[in-house]
Write a protein that binds this ligand. Structure first.
Ligand code: TXA
Ligand code: MG
Length: 340
């Protein structure tokens, strides 16, 4: 979805905002807390707070607070043409965010919410355009994680939250990973457990009669099709090249080079190299993670990428899996991470 209908911003704006970010955020103290009420107080005072969800940790701001939203973009060094998802603590709040709940969105809400599922809908007028990167649509999600819901309910307002990592780095699945990227750049981290799923939510465009999966996630194509049989995966037309570098964001990548291998591949002389997959390799590696299932692989991937970077690994061999169920989302992240 890298070049999915995003407006074109000059790169200079992006660089300028990241420079301002450095100046503006240089001396911030980041408070660690386990109290959702204390974390919500920072939101009320215009601050930005990282919090756990069942997918990955998010970096939250009040959806109606333009200045706080600008801080989120700066803290993450996120290009301003990449829209944010709004999170709600109850279904009533969705009405504050959208001008219409389309029939297929209504069905998905009834079938799945709260869930690792984001629905893109026409935005309400009063949602600031800075949150949606100038789009007239907004992604809406009600997370399932208990602490996330406690935090969102304590905030008493919908919360926009991208993943709480520096742009381009793997999404954080622990509060320690958030701390590694954003300590000193954000007001508060709400400390929860390791996230259950480990990959970001499924994003579905529900603005037309054919729901389109823009990003695969834990709510699978198959599950969505049981509710709306027309649902399909959005494919970028081959003829459409990204129009500017700002339209193509590099994602999910560790510093190490990521190489995809099928379960039968043989690897030559691994050196300063790591392996993750479902089957034990014959070769010797510096770091190996064998996963019990595709779900466990999805759960472990980003954490493993970060561990590899900490340990100075140069190359990570990742076994491919079948592209069905959550395997589709896992392969999407693996392919993106392996892009040069
Ligand atoms: O699981 C998740 O979705 C996590 C947690 C924190 O909820 N959030 C997350 O946010 O992954 P982020 O910003 O890292 O990814 C959101 C994705 C981006 O690829 C963005 O381009 C897309 O959703 N998106 C957001 N709003 C959109 C919109 N109105 N139209 C199309 N795509 C949108
Ligand atoms: Mg992200």
């Amino acid at each position: 979805m890298d070049n999915y209908r995003f407006p074109n911003y000059p790169l200079s704006i992006i660089h300028f905002s990241s420079l301002c970010g450095k100046l503006f955020l240089s001396r911030m103290k980041t408070i660690l807390t386990t109290s959702p009420a204390e974390a919500a107080d920072f939101i009320r005072r215009g601050g930005i707070v990282a919090f756990p969800t069942e997918t990955v940790y998010g970096l939250g701001a009040d959806v109606f607070d333009r200045r706080a939203i600008a801080k989120v973009f700066m803290a993450k060094r996120r290009p301003s043409n990449n829209p944010l998802i709004a999170h709600v603590g109850n279904l009533e709040q969705i009405k504050l965010l959208v001008s219409e709940i389309t029939p297929n969105a209504q069905k998905f809400i009834e079938a799945f919410f709260p869930a690792p599922l984001t629905l893109v809908l026409p935005k309400a007028k009063k949602v600031p355009l800075v949150a949606t990167a100038n789009l007239q649509t907004i992604g809406v999600r009600m997370p399932k994680n208990k602490l996330a819901l406690e935090f969102l309910r304590a905030c008493e307002t919908p919360i926009v939250a991208p993943s709480a990592n520096l742009s381009g780095k793997p999404s954080p699945t622990t509060w320690q990973a958030v701390y590694e990227d954003l300590n000193g750049r954000i007001d508060c981290i709400l400390q929860g457990a390791t996230t259950e799923i480990g990959l970001e939510s499924t994003v579905v465009d529900c603005t037309s009669s054919v729901p389109l999966i823009l990003r695969a996630g834990a709510i699978t194509l198959e599950q969505l099709q049981t509710i709306e049989p027309h649902t399909r995966i959005y494919q970028t037309p081959k003829s459409e090249l990204p129009k500017s570098p700002g339209l193509r964001h590099r994602h999910y990548s560790p510093q190490a080079k990521v190489v995809l291998i099928n379960p039968k591949s043989k690897i030559q002389n691994p050196k300063s190299e790591a392996f993750i997959g479902l089957n034990k390799p014959n070769e010797k590696f510096d770091l190996v993670r064998i996963c019990r299932s595709v779900e466990d692989y999805a759960h472990s991937l980003f954490d493993f990428f970060r561990q590899c970077d900490r340990e100075g690994i140069k190359k990570i061999f990742c076994q491919t899996v079948e592209e069905k169920g959550i395997g589709l989302a896992l392969m999407d992240r693996l392919k993106r991470a392996s892009e040069d």
